[in-house]
Design a protein around this ligand. Structure first.
Ligand code: ADE
Length: 251
């Protein structure tokens, strides 16, 4: 079967950079969303802005699979750091996704996905490894090739790649209290965002392989909002474009 690669991004600006990679483009609008259909390196590809939060991302991911027949899905975006040692500019690729705000106790245990008998959804090992190789290739050439010397200096970028757990919830985490609360229950989580685990659940139900690639934009504490806006414009857009471009080259 021919592959159709889906790429979802959490920020409009970031995904605009990815849309620019497509050739033979057509734009399809459904449910206030724009799906750009085309090819990258001769491979069929559909790119869309997920919109923010779990419900919005669920709608977009479902449409990608059901309306566009996407066979493999990459989610790309930014995240707040939870684990000690993670710094702005680092990249986290998902092994497992969890919804940190899901709680149907006492019917089932905290964080458990109703009727799915699990807390975590695993990302696809093959896509996760591929995304890891793509990021490793890019970093071996030097981060300045992705974002330019100026951004490297301004943000002190010296990125490390991590693989691990990502937590999602319908909250922008920007206080030590919220950050520590999540960590107290989910100590292995590396970073926090607002869509990945929802997309993971959609992909689990449809049997679609997926992985999530997140760049650390902030520290998910009282500084989070300040770091975030600037970082997206100056760094995350360029990372997304470079990473998706490298993945498509390796497919
Ligand atoms: N995406 C980027 N930073 C985030 C944060 N601190 N909380 C939730 N989602 C994010």
């Amino acid at each position: 079967m021919e592959r159709t690669i889906g790429v979802l991004g959490a920020m409009a600006e970031e995904i605009d950079e990815v849309k620019a990679l497509l050739t033979n483009k057509t734009v399809v609008k459904i449910a206030n969303r724009e799906f750009v259909v085309g090819k990258i390196n001769g491979i069929a590809c559909v790119v869309a802005f997920s919109k923010w939060g779990k419900v919005a991302a669920t709608i977009t991911a479902t449409l990608l699979i059901q309306e566009f027949g996407v066979t493999d899905l990459f989610f790309i975006g930014t995240a707040g750091a939870l684990a000690d040692g993670l710094k702005v500019g680092d990249i986290v690729i998902s092994k497992r996704l969890v919804q940190h705000d899901l709680d149907a106790r006492p019917i089932i245990s905290r964080f458990e996905l109703p009727l799915l008998n699990r807390i975590y959804v695993n990302s696809d090992p093959g896509l996760t490894e591929l995304a890891g190789k793509a990021v490793t290739n890019l970093l071996s050439r030097g981060v300045e090739h992705m974002v330019g010397e100026e951004a490297v200096k301004e943000f002190g970028l010296n990125p490390t790649l991590y693989f691990g757990d990502i937590a999602s919830g319908d909250q922008f985490i920007n206080s030590d209290e919220k950050r520590n609360e999540i960590l107290s229950f989910l100590p292995d989580v590396l970073c926090v965002e607002m869509e990945g685990a929802a997309v993971a659940q959609v992909c689990l139900e449809f049997g679609t392989p997926f992985t999530v690639i997140r760049t650390i934009s902030d520290s998910a504490d009282h500084n989070a909002r300040v770091d975030f806006g600037k970082f997206v414009v100056e760094v995350a857009n360029a990372y997304s474009r470079a990473i998706i471009s490298e993945i498509m080259r390796m497919l």
